[in-house]
Design a protein around this ligand. Sequence first.
Ligand SMILES: [Zn+2]
Length: 294
Amino acid sequence: MRTTGNRILLFCFFLLTTPLTLPVPALAWWEKGHRIVTANAVAALPDDMPRFFKDGAATLIRLSSQPDEWRRFGTELGRTEGPDHYLDTEKLAANPTKLAFQSDRYAALKTYFEMKETPAGIGLLPYRLTEDYQRLRGTFAQYRKDPTNPSIQQEILVYAGLLSHYAGDTAQPLHTTIHFNGRVDQRGTVITGKGIHERFEGVFVDKFIQQADCRKYVGAPVVYPNLSDAIREALAQSFAGIDEVYRLDETGKLKAPDSATKTFVQQRLAHGSHFLTSLWYTAWKESEMSKGAR
Ligand SMILES: [Zn+2]
């Protein structure tokens, strides 16, 4: 979920007008979407994934929405964390397949500043995916040397669970575009579709989507030969869905969906699951070859 000025104002209004005993609204695909992505990613894992990993489903699922919670834990953390959840592709390339990633997030930030942009103005999602993937792969390599150590197993579940959040965000078309909460003009002013972000990833999923209906679209994980290419491809598939998200909103299908509308959203969530389960599986397989050294 992206933070916008309006969203913060709405949220503050909600806090001021809501008794503290009521649950606060979730701030993810929302939470339900991220839980679906992660639960189905666990279900798709093959038998050669370590048993403790599959048995850790509850931890993985809990952590899948935690990075959105972090943004409410404190101002500094919120500002630092926010840009890791999206990429405004159009500011860097015509579409994600044309993206040239920098060597790391600091090199990316240097480029952004040279463009007179801020981290929040473009986003850093590909770098966060890469960093969390490498944390996981490196810890898997340590696990291979000490497989009965419960602390290493717990650490692996933490990294894998956090990675699940960013993989899930990658599958949300509105996390890949400048049109993240309404179509914008060249100055960034919203022209149409204001508020679409919540209508699509939150209200719709909460009301109309169930985990079991997404499961059939999640295939077995693949081992990615190249992580950057895999991230570009996942972003590109998501980016290709932007017009459809707007069409569904404009035609009222997000309020009264037909089966094709539900299928579109189920397949987006399923794509997030496939991306995630493949990232986990690739980290496991690569940890054997690289010993986490790369
Ligand atoms: Zn997020």
